[in-house]
Design a protein around this ligand. Structure first.
Ligand code: UD1
Ligand code: UDP
Length: 367
Protein backbone atom coordinates (compact mmCIF):
# COMPACT_ATOMS: atom_id res chain seq x y z
CA UNK A 1 0.00 0.00 0.00
CA UNK A 2 1.39 3.38 -1.05
CA UNK A 3 0.52 6.61 0.73
CA UNK A 4 -0.49 9.53 -1.44
CA UNK A 5 -1.21 13.06 -0.26
CA UNK A 6 -3.39 15.29 -2.45
CA UNK A 7 -3.11 18.99 -1.68
CA UNK A 8 -5.45 21.77 -2.78
CA UNK A 9 -6.73 25.00 -1.32
CA UNK A 10 -8.69 27.10 -3.79
CA UNK A 11 -11.94 26.62 -5.67
CA UNK A 12 -10.46 25.70 -9.06
CA UNK A 13 -8.00 23.23 -7.59
CA UNK A 14 -10.80 21.54 -5.66
CA UNK A 15 -13.00 21.28 -8.76
CA UNK A 16 -10.16 19.57 -10.61
CA UNK A 17 -8.69 17.49 -7.75
CA UNK A 18 -11.85 16.09 -6.14
CA UNK A 19 -12.60 13.79 -9.12
CA UNK A 20 -8.99 12.61 -8.92
CA UNK A 21 -9.23 12.00 -5.17
CA UNK A 22 -12.34 9.88 -5.79
CA UNK A 23 -10.61 7.90 -8.54
CA UNK A 24 -7.48 7.27 -6.45
CA UNK A 25 -9.57 6.22 -3.45
CA UNK A 26 -11.20 3.49 -5.59
CA UNK A 27 -7.82 1.80 -6.11
CA UNK A 28 -6.80 -0.70 -3.43
CA UNK A 29 -3.10 -0.06 -3.98
CA UNK A 30 -3.34 3.45 -2.52
CA UNK A 31 -3.97 4.99 0.86
CA UNK A 32 -5.15 8.49 -0.03
CA UNK A 33 -5.08 11.51 2.26
CA UNK A 34 -6.38 14.96 1.38
CA UNK A 35 -4.81 18.15 2.70
CA UNK A 36 -6.90 21.29 2.21
CA UNK A 37 -4.82 24.38 2.84
CA UNK A 38 -7.93 26.52 3.22
CA UNK A 39 -6.48 29.28 1.02
CA UNK A 40 -10.17 29.69 0.15
CA UNK A 41 -12.91 29.10 2.70
CA UNK A 42 -16.55 29.04 1.52
CA UNK A 43 -15.50 28.68 -2.11
CA UNK A 44 -13.49 25.60 -1.16
CA UNK A 45 -15.91 23.92 1.21
CA UNK A 46 -18.79 24.27 -1.25
CA UNK A 47 -16.77 22.18 -3.76
CA UNK A 48 -15.53 19.51 -1.35
CA UNK A 49 -19.05 19.12 0.07
CA UNK A 50 -20.52 18.74 -3.41
CA UNK A 51 -18.08 15.95 -4.31
CA UNK A 52 -18.25 14.38 -0.85
CA UNK A 53 -14.49 14.65 -0.36
CA UNK A 54 -13.67 15.18 3.30
CA UNK A 55 -10.19 16.63 3.87
CA UNK A 56 -8.09 14.69 6.37
CA UNK A 57 -6.20 17.89 7.20
CA UNK A 58 -7.28 21.52 6.85
CA UNK A 59 -4.78 24.29 7.49
CA UNK A 60 -7.54 26.93 7.37
CA UNK A 61 -5.13 29.66 6.32
CA UNK A 62 -7.57 32.09 4.67
CA UNK A 63 -7.70 35.63 6.02
CA UNK A 64 -9.45 38.66 4.54
CA UNK A 65 -7.04 40.60 2.36
CA UNK A 66 -4.36 37.93 2.63
CA UNK A 67 -1.05 38.66 0.93
CA UNK A 68 1.14 36.30 -1.04
CA UNK A 69 3.62 36.39 1.87
CA UNK A 70 0.91 35.29 4.33
CA UNK A 71 -0.36 32.35 2.32
CA UNK A 72 3.04 31.13 1.19
CA UNK A 73 4.47 31.15 4.70
CA UNK A 74 1.46 29.56 6.39
CA UNK A 75 1.08 26.83 3.77
CA UNK A 76 4.81 26.00 3.68
CA UNK A 77 4.94 25.52 7.45
CA UNK A 78 1.52 23.87 7.72
CA UNK A 79 2.29 21.34 4.99
CA UNK A 80 5.62 20.54 6.62
CA UNK A 81 3.79 19.60 9.83
CA UNK A 82 1.44 17.27 7.94
CA UNK A 83 4.37 15.65 6.13
CA UNK A 84 5.96 14.97 9.50
CA UNK A 85 2.84 13.21 10.84
CA UNK A 86 2.66 10.43 8.22
CA UNK A 87 5.05 8.87 5.71
CA UNK A 88 4.02 9.75 2.16
CA UNK A 89 5.29 8.17 -1.06
CA UNK A 90 3.96 10.91 -3.32
CA UNK A 91 2.47 14.39 -2.96
CA UNK A 92 0.10 15.56 -5.70
CA UNK A 93 -0.50 19.27 -6.23
CA UNK A 94 -2.50 21.04 -8.90
CA UNK A 95 -1.98 23.96 -11.22
CA UNK A 96 -0.54 27.33 -10.38
CA UNK A 97 -1.86 28.69 -7.12
CA UNK A 98 0.19 29.68 -4.11
CA UNK A 99 -1.17 26.55 -2.45
CA UNK A 100 0.40 24.43 -5.20
CA UNK A 101 3.70 26.29 -5.03
CA UNK A 102 4.09 26.30 -1.24
CA UNK A 103 2.91 22.71 -0.74
CA UNK A 104 5.17 21.43 -3.52
CA UNK A 105 8.09 23.29 -1.98
CA UNK A 106 7.34 21.75 1.42
CA UNK A 107 7.32 18.25 -0.11
CA UNK A 108 10.52 18.97 -2.03
CA UNK A 109 12.25 20.10 1.17
CA UNK A 110 11.02 16.90 2.85
CA UNK A 111 12.46 14.91 -0.09
CA UNK A 112 9.08 13.46 -1.03
CA UNK A 113 8.43 13.19 -4.79
CA UNK A 114 5.90 15.67 -6.15
CA UNK A 115 3.44 14.94 -8.97
CA UNK A 116 2.11 18.04 -10.70
CA UNK A 117 -1.40 17.79 -12.09
CA UNK A 118 -2.13 20.29 -14.90
CA UNK A 119 1.58 20.72 -15.58
CA UNK A 120 3.22 22.54 -18.46
CA UNK A 121 0.88 25.51 -18.96
CA UNK A 122 2.84 28.60 -19.97
CA UNK A 123 2.40 32.18 -21.12
CA UNK A 124 6.17 32.76 -20.95
CA UNK A 125 5.44 36.11 -19.29
CA UNK A 126 6.36 35.87 -15.61
CA UNK A 127 3.98 38.76 -14.79
CA UNK A 128 0.89 37.36 -16.50
CA UNK A 129 -0.92 35.80 -14.90
CA UNK A 130 0.66 37.02 -11.68
CA UNK A 131 1.89 35.22 -9.65
CA UNK A 132 0.58 32.05 -11.34
CA UNK A 133 3.11 31.87 -14.17
CA UNK A 134 5.91 31.79 -11.61
CA UNK A 135 4.07 29.22 -9.51
CA UNK A 136 3.54 26.79 -12.35
CA UNK A 137 7.12 27.07 -13.62
CA UNK A 138 8.48 26.59 -10.09
CA UNK A 139 6.24 23.61 -9.36
CA UNK A 140 7.24 21.93 -12.61
CA UNK A 141 10.91 22.57 -11.87
CA UNK A 142 10.78 20.60 -8.62
CA UNK A 143 8.24 17.95 -9.65
CA UNK A 144 9.35 14.36 -10.18
CA UNK A 145 6.28 13.62 -12.33
CA UNK A 146 4.24 15.93 -14.55
CA UNK A 147 0.68 15.25 -15.68
CA UNK A 148 0.17 17.46 -18.72
CA UNK A 149 -3.43 18.08 -19.80
CA UNK A 150 -2.55 18.45 -23.49
CA UNK A 151 0.19 17.55 -25.98
CA UNK A 152 1.10 21.23 -26.13
CA UNK A 153 1.71 21.33 -22.37
CA UNK A 154 3.80 18.15 -22.59
CA UNK A 155 5.92 19.67 -25.36
CA UNK A 156 6.57 22.73 -23.20
CA UNK A 157 7.81 20.49 -20.38
CA UNK A 158 10.07 18.44 -22.64
CA UNK A 159 11.49 21.64 -24.12
CA UNK A 160 12.43 22.66 -20.58
CA UNK A 161 14.37 19.44 -20.07
CA UNK A 162 11.82 17.23 -18.32
CA UNK A 163 12.44 13.54 -18.97
CA UNK A 164 9.95 11.97 -21.40
CA UNK A 165 9.10 8.96 -19.18
CA UNK A 166 8.06 11.30 -16.37
CA UNK A 167 5.68 13.43 -18.42
CA UNK A 168 2.20 11.98 -18.99
CA UNK A 169 -0.46 13.44 -21.29
CA UNK A 170 -3.74 12.88 -19.50
CA UNK A 171 -6.39 15.44 -20.49
CA UNK A 172 -7.72 17.92 -17.98
CA UNK A 173 -9.55 16.54 -14.94
CA UNK A 174 -12.08 19.37 -15.16
CA UNK A 175 -13.77 17.53 -18.02
CA UNK A 176 -14.07 14.50 -15.71
CA UNK A 177 -15.81 16.77 -13.17
CA UNK A 178 -18.74 17.27 -15.55
CA UNK A 179 -19.79 13.65 -14.97
CA UNK A 180 -20.65 14.70 -11.42
CA UNK A 181 -22.03 18.18 -12.03
CA UNK A 182 -23.93 18.43 -15.32
CA UNK A 183 -27.64 17.63 -15.24
CA UNK A 184 -30.45 17.72 -17.82
CA UNK A 185 -32.88 19.27 -15.37
CA UNK A 186 -31.67 22.52 -13.90
CA UNK A 187 -33.39 25.72 -12.91
CA UNK A 188 -31.88 28.85 -11.43
CA UNK A 189 -32.94 32.43 -10.73
CA UNK A 190 -30.32 33.58 -13.26
CA UNK A 191 -32.20 31.78 -16.02
CA UNK A 192 -35.41 33.51 -14.94
CA UNK A 193 -33.60 36.89 -15.00
CA UNK A 194 -32.50 36.14 -18.58
CA UNK A 195 -35.92 34.94 -19.78
CA UNK A 196 -36.51 36.26 -23.32
CA UNK A 197 -32.89 37.42 -23.62
CA UNK A 198 -29.62 35.65 -24.36
CA UNK A 199 -27.50 34.98 -21.30
CA UNK A 200 -23.85 35.90 -20.96
CA UNK A 201 -21.91 34.61 -17.97
CA UNK A 202 -19.17 36.83 -16.53
CA UNK A 203 -16.32 35.96 -14.16
CA UNK A 204 -13.34 38.19 -13.29
CA UNK A 205 -10.92 37.99 -10.40
CA UNK A 206 -7.25 38.00 -11.51
CA UNK A 207 -4.79 39.88 -9.32
CA UNK A 208 -3.07 41.55 -12.29
CA UNK A 209 -6.48 42.74 -13.54
CA UNK A 210 -7.53 44.44 -10.30
CA UNK A 211 -5.98 47.74 -11.40
CA UNK A 212 -7.82 47.70 -14.75
CA UNK A 213 -11.09 46.10 -13.69
CA UNK A 214 -13.02 49.35 -13.97
CA UNK A 215 -11.85 49.71 -17.60
CA UNK A 216 -12.84 46.12 -18.37
CA UNK A 217 -16.27 46.63 -16.83
CA UNK A 218 -16.85 49.93 -18.70
CA UNK A 219 -16.12 48.07 -21.95
CA UNK A 220 -18.61 45.34 -20.97
CA UNK A 221 -21.33 47.88 -20.07
CA UNK A 222 -20.92 49.82 -23.31
CA UNK A 223 -21.03 46.68 -25.43
CA UNK A 224 -24.13 45.31 -23.69
CA UNK A 225 -25.93 48.64 -24.09
CA UNK A 226 -25.54 48.16 -27.85
CA UNK A 227 -27.20 44.71 -27.68
CA UNK A 228 -30.39 45.00 -25.60
CA UNK A 229 -31.39 41.39 -26.39
CA UNK A 230 -28.51 40.21 -24.21
CA UNK A 231 -28.07 40.23 -20.47
CA UNK A 232 -25.31 39.04 -18.16
CA UNK A 233 -25.04 37.29 -14.84
CA UNK A 234 -21.87 37.81 -12.85
CA UNK A 235 -21.17 35.66 -9.77
CA UNK A 236 -18.70 37.95 -8.06
CA UNK A 237 -15.54 36.55 -6.46
CA UNK A 238 -15.50 37.34 -2.69
CA UNK A 239 -12.22 39.29 -2.90
CA UNK A 240 -13.27 42.72 -1.49
CA UNK A 241 -11.40 44.54 -4.29
CA UNK A 242 -13.35 42.62 -6.93
CA UNK A 243 -16.65 43.09 -5.06
CA UNK A 244 -16.15 46.82 -4.92
CA UNK A 245 -15.21 47.16 -8.62
CA UNK A 246 -18.20 45.04 -9.67
CA UNK A 247 -20.67 47.00 -7.53
CA UNK A 248 -19.37 50.35 -8.76
CA UNK A 249 -19.67 49.24 -12.38
CA UNK A 250 -22.92 47.30 -12.41
CA UNK A 251 -25.12 48.07 -9.39
CA UNK A 252 -28.56 49.13 -10.60
CA UNK A 253 -27.95 47.81 -14.13
CA UNK A 254 -30.94 46.11 -15.76
CA UNK A 255 -28.62 44.16 -18.00
CA UNK A 256 -26.01 42.83 -15.56
CA UNK A 257 -27.06 40.93 -12.46
CA UNK A 258 -24.49 40.56 -9.70
CA UNK A 259 -24.87 37.40 -7.65
CA UNK A 260 -22.88 35.54 -4.99
CA UNK A 261 -20.34 32.95 -6.17
CA UNK A 262 -22.19 29.90 -7.44
CA UNK A 263 -21.47 26.43 -6.23
CA UNK A 264 -19.82 24.28 -8.86
CA UNK A 265 -23.02 22.39 -9.69
CA UNK A 266 -24.84 25.67 -10.40
CA UNK A 267 -21.92 27.19 -12.29
CA UNK A 268 -21.40 24.28 -14.66
CA UNK A 269 -25.10 23.98 -15.41
CA UNK A 270 -25.52 27.71 -15.96
CA UNK A 271 -22.42 27.75 -18.16
CA UNK A 272 -23.88 24.94 -20.26
CA UNK A 273 -26.96 27.10 -20.86
CA UNK A 274 -25.14 30.37 -21.60
CA UNK A 275 -24.75 32.03 -24.97
CA UNK A 276 -21.22 33.25 -24.27
CA UNK A 277 -18.71 33.72 -21.43
CA UNK A 278 -16.64 36.77 -20.57
CA UNK A 279 -13.86 35.78 -18.23
CA UNK A 280 -10.31 36.21 -16.99
CA UNK A 281 -10.44 32.75 -15.37
CA UNK A 282 -8.18 29.91 -16.37
CA UNK A 283 -10.55 27.03 -15.67
CA UNK A 284 -13.54 28.62 -17.36
CA UNK A 285 -11.53 28.76 -20.63
CA UNK A 286 -11.32 24.96 -20.47
CA UNK A 287 -14.90 24.36 -19.41
CA UNK A 288 -16.90 26.54 -21.80
CA UNK A 289 -15.69 24.92 -25.07
CA UNK A 290 -16.98 21.55 -23.81
CA UNK A 291 -20.50 23.03 -24.04
CA UNK A 292 -19.87 24.87 -27.34
CA UNK A 293 -20.01 28.19 -25.48
CA UNK A 294 -17.67 30.84 -26.98
CA UNK A 295 -15.19 32.39 -24.54
CA UNK A 296 -13.95 35.98 -24.65
CA UNK A 297 -10.88 36.17 -22.43
CA UNK A 298 -10.42 39.54 -20.74
CA UNK A 299 -6.65 39.21 -20.61
CA UNK A 300 -3.72 40.05 -22.87
CA UNK A 301 -2.25 36.57 -22.85
CA UNK A 302 -3.30 33.04 -22.02
CA UNK A 303 -1.67 29.75 -21.10
CA UNK A 304 -4.73 28.03 -22.62
CA UNK A 305 -3.70 28.61 -26.26
CA UNK A 306 -5.42 25.40 -27.32
CA UNK A 307 -8.82 27.10 -27.03
CA UNK A 308 -7.67 30.07 -29.10
CA UNK A 309 -6.14 27.81 -31.74
CA UNK A 310 -9.31 25.70 -31.91
CA UNK A 311 -11.34 28.87 -32.43
CA UNK A 312 -13.45 28.58 -29.26
CA UNK A 313 -11.70 31.40 -27.37
CA UNK A 314 -10.55 34.90 -28.24
CA UNK A 315 -8.30 37.21 -26.28
CA UNK A 316 -9.96 40.61 -26.03
CA UNK A 317 -7.47 42.42 -23.78
CA UNK A 318 -8.18 44.55 -20.73
CA UNK A 319 -8.65 48.10 -22.03
CA UNK A 320 -12.14 49.59 -22.22
CA UNK A 321 -11.91 49.89 -25.99
CA UNK A 322 -10.53 46.41 -26.70
CA UNK A 323 -13.13 44.76 -24.45
CA UNK A 324 -15.92 46.78 -26.07
CA UNK A 325 -14.74 45.95 -29.58
CA UNK A 326 -14.04 42.31 -28.75
CA UNK A 327 -17.58 41.75 -27.50
CA UNK A 328 -19.21 43.68 -30.35
CA UNK A 329 -17.23 41.72 -32.93
CA UNK A 330 -18.80 38.46 -31.74
CA UNK A 331 -22.31 39.57 -30.75
CA UNK A 332 -22.65 41.65 -33.90
CA UNK A 333 -21.70 38.91 -36.36
CA UNK A 334 -23.71 35.69 -36.38
CA UNK A 335 -21.17 33.90 -38.57
CA UNK A 336 -18.26 34.69 -36.22
CA UNK A 337 -20.36 33.56 -33.28
CA UNK A 338 -21.41 30.32 -35.01
CA UNK A 339 -17.80 29.49 -35.84
CA UNK A 340 -16.74 29.89 -32.22
CA UNK A 341 -19.71 27.88 -30.95
CA UNK A 342 -18.99 25.00 -33.32
CA UNK A 343 -15.39 24.47 -32.32
CA UNK A 344 -14.29 21.30 -30.51
CA UNK A 345 -12.90 21.06 -27.01
CA UNK A 346 -9.16 20.39 -26.93
CA UNK A 347 -8.94 19.85 -23.16
CA UNK A 348 -9.82 16.21 -22.68
CA UNK A 349 -12.26 13.32 -22.97
CA UNK A 350 -13.32 12.97 -19.35
CA UNK A 351 -10.89 10.16 -18.50
CA UNK A 352 -7.95 12.20 -17.20
CA UNK A 353 -8.30 10.94 -13.62
CA UNK A 354 -8.05 7.29 -14.72
CA UNK A 355 -4.93 8.08 -16.75
CA UNK A 356 -3.32 9.89 -13.84
CA UNK A 357 -4.20 7.06 -11.44
CA UNK A 358 -2.81 4.48 -13.91
CA UNK A 359 0.41 6.47 -14.24
CA UNK A 360 0.72 6.84 -10.47
CA UNK A 361 0.30 3.05 -10.06
CA UNK A 362 3.18 2.48 -12.47
CA UNK A 363 5.43 5.18 -11.06
CA UNK A 364 4.92 4.12 -7.49
CA UNK A 365 5.39 0.39 -8.18
CA UNK A 366 8.89 1.09 -9.42
CA UNK A 367 9.89 3.04 -6.33
C1 UD1 B 1 -6.54 32.49 -5.95
C2 UD1 B 1 -5.31 32.07 -6.77
C3 UD1 B 1 -5.62 32.20 -8.25
C4 UD1 B 1 -6.90 31.48 -8.61
C5 UD1 B 1 -8.02 31.94 -7.70
C6 UD1 B 1 -9.25 31.11 -7.98
C7 UD1 B 1 -3.09 32.55 -5.85
C8 UD1 B 1 -2.03 33.55 -5.66
N1 UD1 B 1 -4.21 32.96 -6.48
O1 UD1 B 1 -6.75 33.87 -6.21
O2 UD1 B 1 -4.55 31.62 -8.99
O3 UD1 B 1 -7.23 31.81 -9.94
O4 UD1 B 1 -7.64 31.72 -6.34
O5 UD1 B 1 -10.39 31.71 -7.50
O6 UD1 B 1 -2.95 31.43 -5.41
N2 UD1 B 1 -12.05 35.08 -0.25
C9 UD1 B 1 -13.10 34.83 0.61
N3 UD1 B 1 -13.61 33.55 0.66
C10 UD1 B 1 -13.12 32.54 -0.09
C11 UD1 B 1 -12.07 32.80 -0.97
C12 UD1 B 1 -11.53 34.08 -1.04
O7 UD1 B 1 -13.56 35.70 1.31
O8 UD1 B 1 -13.63 31.40 -0.02
C13 UD1 B 1 -11.49 36.47 -0.32
C14 UD1 B 1 -10.58 36.80 0.87
O9 UD1 B 1 -10.77 38.15 1.20
C15 UD1 B 1 -9.19 36.59 0.27
C16 UD1 B 1 -9.41 37.09 -1.14
O10 UD1 B 1 -10.70 36.59 -1.51
O11 UD1 B 1 -8.22 37.33 0.99
C17 UD1 B 1 -8.39 36.65 -2.15
O12 UD1 B 1 -8.15 35.25 -2.07
P1 UD1 B 1 -6.74 34.64 -2.61
O13 UD1 B 1 -6.77 33.15 -2.51
O14 UD1 B 1 -5.60 35.35 -1.95
O15 UD1 B 1 -6.72 35.09 -4.11
P2 UD1 B 1 -7.68 34.78 -5.31
O16 UD1 B 1 -7.84 36.03 -6.08
O17 UD1 B 1 -8.87 34.05 -4.86
N1 UDP C 1 -16.73 28.46 -10.54
C1 UDP C 1 -17.73 28.19 -9.62
N2 UDP C 1 -18.56 29.20 -9.23
C2 UDP C 1 -18.44 30.46 -9.70
C3 UDP C 1 -17.40 30.74 -10.63
C4 UDP C 1 -16.56 29.71 -11.02
O1 UDP C 1 -17.89 27.05 -9.17
O2 UDP C 1 -19.24 31.32 -9.30
C5 UDP C 1 -15.81 27.37 -10.93
C6 UDP C 1 -15.65 27.15 -12.41
O3 UDP C 1 -16.58 26.22 -12.90
C7 UDP C 1 -14.23 26.62 -12.52
C8 UDP C 1 -13.52 27.28 -11.36
O4 UDP C 1 -14.52 27.74 -10.48
O5 UDP C 1 -14.22 25.21 -12.30
C9 UDP C 1 -12.66 28.42 -11.86
O6 UDP C 1 -12.23 29.13 -10.77
P1 UDP C 1 -11.61 30.57 -10.86
O7 UDP C 1 -12.09 31.25 -12.09
O8 UDP C 1 -11.88 31.21 -9.55
O9 UDP C 1 -10.05 30.25 -10.92
P2 UDP C 1 -9.01 29.97 -12.11
O10 UDP C 1 -9.51 28.83 -12.92
O11 UDP C 1 -8.88 31.25 -12.87
O12 UDP C 1 -7.74 29.66 -11.40
Amino acid sequence: MKNILLVFGTRPEAVKMCPLALELKKRPSFCVRVLATGQHREMLSSVTEFFGVVPDYNLGVMAQGQTLYDITEKILRGTREVLEKERFDLVLVHGDTTTAFAAALAAFYARIPVGHVEAGLRTYDINAPYPEEFNRVAVDALSAFCFAPTERAARALLAEGKVAGRVFVTGNTVIDAFRYTVREDFSHEALAFAAGRKLILITAHRRENLAVMKDIFRGVSRALAKFPDFCAVYPVHPNPAVQSAARTAFEGSGQVKLIAPLDVFEFHNLLARSHMVLTDSGGVQEEAPHFGVPVLVMRNTTERREGVDAGTSRLIGTSEESVYEGICAVLGDGEVYAQMARAVNPYGDGHACERIADAVEKIIDKR
